[in-house]
Design a protein around this ligand. Structure first.
Ligand SMILES: [Zn+2]
Length: 299
């Protein structure tokens, strides 16, 4: 399908942001009608829900605009190679038809799921392009700051909650992103650093995660005898990471503990029924062990 207008995707623009702009320029009344053209029935456009709409837009972009288009360049998806493992993730990139879960646990995760933006980027983008757009980096789960401006990201909690709405950052109510705290800088740099490593090379996910049990001296066979040592490590994890970071990432750190959190146990695969944890679990663990991890294997 040829577009009757010029609408290239911008550097660091999220794929669905491009689709929102495409929809606005198409002049169609509802997002449902634009999605309908791609063969998708009503769907919400979330920044990291790999649903039918996300996949259809990716296919549409690749077949009509750029055959070498990589969705991992224009979404936070590369981070999910931590959740699913490098080989599964590489296979998925070759065949997007296989399922890929976003493994989101809304009752456990504290991070917000709305679209995020930086007010300064929105202003700059509007100055230079005439419009603002949703940046991929700002949607990477765990990020709190705009890397370019060192400002808190603002999460749009209203604009895109209605299934019929599309919006761009400059139309959002200019809410305050909240206070900047000391722990945010190193953490934010770390999250984006890992994201860019995985974007370049999804094999890096296994090379990083496989070091964790080794560093912690756990058996490669996930034995029951690891229980005591897992608990000791979990206590260290809880003490050594900034409390504010843990509260920001996980809801259970905001509540008084009924029992010890089990971030390590569940992420390292000691719970048989939990397959694939959301990448922020891995990010928190890798950040905790950042000085012991051999990063050279991932480059
Ligand atoms: Zn910015």
């Amino acid at each position: 399908m040829r577009l009757p207008f010029y609408c290239p995707i911008k550097d660091d623009e999220h794929l669905l942001s491009w689709f929102m702009r495409y929809h606005i320029l198409s002049g169609r009344r509802t997002i449902a009608s634009s999605l309908g053209v791609l063969g998708v029935s009503r769907s919400r456009l979330k920044s990291y829900d790999f649903n039918a709409a996300f996949l259809a837009v990716s296919k549409f972009y690749r077949s009509d605009f750029d055959k070498s288009f990589a969705v991992t360049e224009h979404s936070p998806l590369a981070l999910w190679s931590l959740s699913h493992g490098s080989s599964y993730f590489s296979a998925w990139k070759l065949n997007e038809e296989s399922s890929l879960k976003s493994v989101f646990e809304p009752n456990k995760l504290g991070i917000l799921t709305g679209w995020s933006y930086c007010r300064h980027c929105a202003e700059e983008d509007r100055e230079s392009n005439g419009f603002s757009y949703w940046h991929t980096e700002h949607q990477v789960p765990g990020t709190v700051l705009c890397q370019k401006h060192n400002q808190r990201l603002v999460v749009d909690r209203q604009g895109l909650t209605d299934i019929n709405n599309v919006s761009l950052p400059h139309s959002c109510v200019n809410a305050d992103g909240g206070r900047i705290e000391g722990w945010m800088f190193e953490w934010n740099d770390f999250v984006l650093h890992v994201f860019h490593i995985l974007k370049r090379n999804s094999d890096a996910a296994d090379k990083l995660t496989m070091q964790v049990p080794e560093i912690l001296g756990l058996s490669p066979f996930k034995r029951l005898s690891d229980n005591d040592s897992l608990q000791t490590h979990q206590e260290r994890f809880d003490e050594e990471l900034p409390a504010e970071l843990l509260k920001y990432l996980f809801k259970f750190y905001c509540q008084s503990f009924k029992r010890q959190p089990m971030v390590l146990r569940s992420t390292l695969g000691y719970k048989v029924y939990e397959k694939g944890k959301h990448p922020v679990y891995w990010l928190a663990i890798l950040y905790w062990l950042r000085h012991q991890i051999d990063w050279s294997v991932a480059s």
